[in-house]
Design a protein around this ligand. Structure first.
Ligand code: ADP
Length: 481
C-alpha cells in the first residue's frame, strides 16, 4: 500500500498536499487581513468625518458673529471671545483666529497672539476652501474654516483654525481592533481546518495512483485506471503504455532465452549421442572413431559460432556508446570483406563481383559495419545456387551511403521476409542447418545498422534471387539524450 508515502512523517515541502494546504490557507488568511483593515480604517475614517463635520458646523455658526462684530479688525467682542472659548472647550482643543494679513488675532491657548503665519494650507483656505487635516501619528485633527461676512472669495476676512486631539478615536480603534483580532483568529482557524481537509481530499487520487502501482505485484499483468482527474488518468495511461512495452520486451526476452538454450543444446545433444554410441561399443574400429570425432568437431564449431554470434549481438545491444566511430574508407572495408569471402565463394563456383565507381568515406564503427556487410555477403553466397553470382555495389548521395548485396540465389518467400531479421529466425530450418547458419546473422546486421542510425531493406522473389540494401548516414548522428 502507500506505506512509503505514509511512513515518512514530518513536513515535506515538495509534497503536493503540503503545498495545496499552504495555498488554501493563504487564500483563507489574506481576506481576514483585508477585512480587518477595512473595518478599522472605516471606523477611523467615519469617526474623523463625524467629528470634523460637527466642529465645522459649530465654527460656521460663530463665523458671522466674528465678521459682524469687526472682531478681525481688532474690535474687541466679548461674545465672540466666549463663543471661541466654548468651541475650544467642547473639543478640548485650541482655536486660533487669523485675519487677512495672516496675523493671529486670537489663540485660545494664548500662546501665539500677534504672530504671523503663512502656511500653504492657510493660503489655500483664503481662496475659499475649508480644509481638514488628520494627523494620525501626532494624534490631532486640524480644521480650517473661513470667516466671511457673505459668500465669495473677496468677502473672506479671516480664518479659524481649530485643532483637537484625537486620542478617543485611537482608543476606540484599539478596542475595536482586539475584537476584530478574535474574529480574525476564529476565521484563520476555520480556514486552516478547511485547507487541511480540502488538501487531503484533492490529493487522494494521487495516493490511489501510488497504491495501484504498489499493489500490482505482478506489475505486468493488469492495466490501471484512476479517472478521478484528467492528470491521474494521464499518468495511469502512461503507466499502461509503459507496461505494454515492458511486457512485449519481457516476452521477447523470454523467447530469446528459450531460443538460446535450445540452440546451444542442439550441438551438445548431438555430441552426447555421438560420444555415447562410441562408448557403447566395445571394439570400435579406428575409422569409425575418426568419423565420429569429425562430427563432434563440427558440432563444437557450430556451438562456438552460435556463442560468437550471441556475443556480437549482446555487445551491440549496449548501443552506440560502445561504437568506435571514425572516418573510414568504405571501399577498402568492402574490399577486405570480399577478399576474405572469395575462397568460400570459389568453393561453390560463385562469382563475387564488386561495383563501386566513387570513393566513399564515412564516420562509422569499422568492426560492427564489417560484421553487418559480411553477414549479407555470406548469406548471398550460402543461399545461392552453384555457378551463381553475388554483386556488391557501393553508392552515395549528400547525406548517405548505400551498400547493395544482390544474389542469384534461392530467394526468400514473401511471407518470411518480415521475420528474417529476428533472432534465430530461419526460413527453411533443415536446409539452413545443412548450410550451417545460426539464425543470428541478419539480427546482427540490423542491430549494427540501427546503431549507425541507418536502415536495412530486403527485396526478394523466391527462386529468383535476393537483394539487401543498407543505407547509413555519412556523418554519425550523436544520440541526443
Ligand atoms: P542464418 O545464420 O541462418 O543465415 P540469418 O539471420 O543470416 O541466419 O538469416 C536468416 C534466414 O534468412 C536464413 O536462415 C535464410 O533462410 C534467410 N536468408 C538470409 N539471407 C538470404 C539470402 N541472401 N537468400 C536467401 N535466403 C536468405
Amino acid at each position: 500500500m502507500a506505506s512509503s508515502v505514509r511512513k515518512n512523517r514530518g513536513i515535506h515541502w515538495k509534497s503536493l498536499r503540503v503545498q495545496l494546504f499552504l495555498i488554501l490557507l493563504l487564500v483563507g488568511i489574506i481576506p481576514t487581513y483585508i477585512l480587518k483593515y477595512g473595518i478599522l480604517h472605516g471606523y477611523e475614517e467615519q469617526s474623523v468625518n463625524q467629528r470634523s463635520s460637527l466642529i465645522r458646523s459649530r465654527a460656521q455658526m460663530i463665523s458671522p458673529l466674528l465678521a459682524e462684530t469687526g472682531y478681525l479688525s481688532d474690535q474687541p467682542s466679548e461674545e465672540s471671545d466666549t463663543q471661541l472659548e466654548q468651541l475650544a472647550d467642547i473639543w478640548n482643543g485650541r482655536v486660533v483666529v487669523i485675519n487677512r494679513s495672516f496675523r493671529i488675532i486670537r489663540d485660545t491657548f494664548g500662546l501665539d497672539e500677534g504672530k504671523v503665519i503663512v502656511a500653504p494650507e492657510v493660503l489655500r483656505s483664503f481662496s475659499g476652501e475649508s480644509a481638514t487635516n488628520y494627523n494620525r501619528n501626532a494624534r490631532f485633527l486640524e480644521i480650517t474654516v473661513p470667516v466671511a461676512s457673505g459668500s465669495g472669495d473677496d468677502l473672506i476676512e479671516g480664518l479659524m483654525i481649530i485643532s483637537v486631539p484625537t486620542d478617543e478615536i485611537r482608543e476606540g480603534r484599539a478596542k475595536l481592533s482586539s475584537t476584530v483580532l478574535i474574529l480574525q483568529a476564529v476565521l484563520i482557524f476555520f480556514s486552516a481546518l478547511a485547507a487541511a481537509y480540502a488538501s487531503r481530499l484533492l490529493v487522494r487520487p494521487f495516493d490511489k495512483l501510488t497504491a495501484s502501482f504498489d499493489d500490482k505485484g505482478g506489475f505486468l499483468d493488469e492495466d490501471i485506471s484512476i479517472p478521478d482527474y484528467t492528470e491521474t488518468q494521464m499518468v495511469a495511461s502512461a503507466y499502461n503504455r509503459m507496461r505494454a512495452r515492458l511486457s512485449a520486451q519481457e516476452e521477447s526476452r523470454q523467447e530469446f532465452v528459450s531460443n538460446v538454450s535450445h540452440e546451444l543444446k542442439t550441438p551438445l545433444t548431438s555430441m552426447k549421442v555421438l560420444a555415447d554410441s562410441l562408448l557403447a561399443q566395445e571394439e570400435v574400429p579406428n575409422e569409425l572413431y575418426r568419423d565420429f570425432m569429425v562430427d563432434i568437431t563440427e558440432e563444437i564449431d557450430r556451438e562456438s559460432k552460435i556463442i560468437n554470434d550471441l556475443l556480437s549481438l549482446v555487445k551491440m545491444d549496449r548501443k552506440a556508446q560502445n561504437l568506435t566511430i571514425k572516418e573510414t574508407n568504405i571501399n577498402n572495408l568492402i574490399d577486405l570483406i570480399l577478399k576474405r569471402l572469395r575462397p568460400i565463394a570459389a568453393r561453390q563456383n560463385i562469382d563475387l563481383l564488386m561495383e563501386n565507381d566513387r570513393p566513399v568515406t564515412a564516420e562509422v564503427d569499422e568492426t560492427s559495419l564489417t560484421l553487418a556487410i559480411s553477414n549479407l555477403v555470406e548469406n548471398a553466397i550460402k543461399y545461392n545456387r552453384p555457378d551463381g553470382w553475388v554483386r556488391v555495389s557501393l553508392n552515395m548521395d549528400n547525406t548517405f551511403f548505400f551498400v547493395r548485396v544482390e544474389d542469384s540465389g534461392i530467394g526468400i518467400p514473401e511471407e518470411d521476409q518480415k521475420f528474417i531479421f529476428e533472432r534465430f529466425y530461419r526460413v527453411d530450418k533443415s536446409h539452413s542447418r545443412e548450410i550451417g547458419g545460426t539464425g543470428l546473422g541478419l539480427a546482427i546486421t540490423r542491430q549494427a545498422v540501427l546503431a549507425h542510425h541507418g536502415a536495412v531493406r530486403v527485396y526478394s522473389r523466391e527462386g529468383e534471387g535476393t537483394t539487401f540494401t543498407i543505407r547509413i548516414p555519412l556523418r554519425f548522428v550523436e544520440e541526443n539524450n
